[in-house]
Design a protein around this ligand. Structure first.
Ligand code: NAP
Length: 326
């Protein structure tokens, strides 16, 4: 499989490095708005081609799949061009701003017989998979507190008057979209689509959410998701059942899982696996699906992705945060 990339920021560099580590795709080259950047990026990672228009990229018969890491608000517009060109697409999280975009893109993918993936690394890690297997041990779930509270250096810029893409409603950004997507994926992958989702944002002066609390209601329990780009926490995330608690170190970089028995309060380590390039798991899974044409696994991931978009977008819109994409 031959892979090209969109975006020349550090996330694309990390992704291509992880691709090389897996050896599962051949790297063809980069698209950038700047020819100089496209050429430089391609050459740095051993690519032989570079692109300055999406149409050329979408039409290239040297490319099978494209990884898209542009600002969130551009995902739908760019991914649509690629799907129409008959390319498989791996789009960075959060894949799209709302269900209308999601359903339209899926329709395009199906019409052109290609696959559309969301790059979300946390649910593909070995420790998360262990948590999925072990979850029934907790008995009836009663609550969960999942969090991702990471102070952003771009907030310093915001305070200095510079609005970077990730703090801009124009680019379908904000804390829920950028960070809340990780714990929301954990919740939806473990517990399914919630009955209700309500978001309580902490809005900044331009109306974007610098942080917020997303409350997901399930039969018999409530999952609370805390996300923020304007504060810091190192606290773990927990899932509380009547028989005990599961604790994970972090909801985006899931590397450690513990079990705490509700009766004797003993803390038992269940799994520890730290992998710096944790994108290798999603990349390997996407490569397996494409090579084996594993439609069942593809549809499983796609349904999960749709549930996350639905959960986040309905709560966000109800909280009064509206993007141009809406
Ligand atoms: N999975 C993860 O761990 C992870 C981590 C960080 C970010 N992400 C995701 O990756 C995506 C990109 O995030 P980022 O922080 O790298 O974004 P960014 O720096 O704002 O932009 C990414 C790239 O998009 C292009 N771009 C920037 N502004 C643009 C504009 N106004 N119009 C058209 N193209 C523009 C630039 O490439 P050129 O200048 O070369 O065209 C840039 O390198 C987001 O969806 C984000 O959620 C994922």
């Amino acid at each position: 499989m031959k892979l090209a990339t969109i975006g020349t920021s550090s996330i694309t560099q990390q992704f291509v490095k992880a691709v090389k580590k897996t050896g599962r795709f051949d790297y063809v080259g980069a698209y950038s708005r700047s020819e100089e950047k496209a050429k430089q990026f391609s050459e740095e990672f051993g690519g032989s081609r570079w692109f300055t228009t999406l149409e050329d990229l979408a039409a290239s018969n040297e490319v099978d799949a494209i990884y898209c890491a542009s600002p969130n608000g551009l995902h739908f517009q760019q991914v649509s061009v690629l799907l129409r060109g008959g390319k498989h697409v791996i789009c960075e999280k959060p894949i799209f701003a709302n269900l209308e975009e999601f359903d339209e893109a899926v329709k395009l993918a199906d019409e052109h017989h290609v696959y559309l993936f969301e790059a979300i690394r946390n649910i593909q890690t070995p420790v998360f998979k262990k948590l999925q297997q072990e979850l029934p041990r907790a008995g009836q779930l009663r609550s969960a507190v999942l969090q991702l509270i990471q102070y952003s250096s771009r907030y310093d810029k915001f305070l200095d008057g510079e609005i970077t893409n990730i703090f801009s409603p124009k680019f379908a950004a904000g804390a829920l979209q950028d960070l809340g997507v990780y714990p929301t994926y954990v919740a939806v992958a473990l517990f399914g689509e919630p009955e209700r989702s309500v978001y309580y944002p902490v809005k900044l002066s331009n109306g974007i959410d610098g942080g917020g609390t997303l409350v997901l209601t399930y039969p018999g329990f409530v999952c609370t998701i805390l996300c923020s780009k304007i504060a810091y926490s190192d606290a773990p995330s927990e899932i509380h059942g009547e028989k005990g608690t599961f604790r994970i170190n972090n909801s985006s970089n899931i590397a450690r899982l513990e079990w705490i028995d509700a009766h004797n309060k003993e803390v038992q380590p269940i799994a520890t696996h730290f992998e710096e390039d944790d994108k290798i798991y999603e990349i390997s899974n996407f490569a397996d699906i494409l090579e084996q044409n594993n439609k069942q696994e593809y549809l499983r991931l796609r349904a999960l992705s749709r549930s996350v978009v639905k959960t986040m977008s309905s709560a966000r819109k109800q909280s009064g945060i509206i993007f141009p994409n809406d």
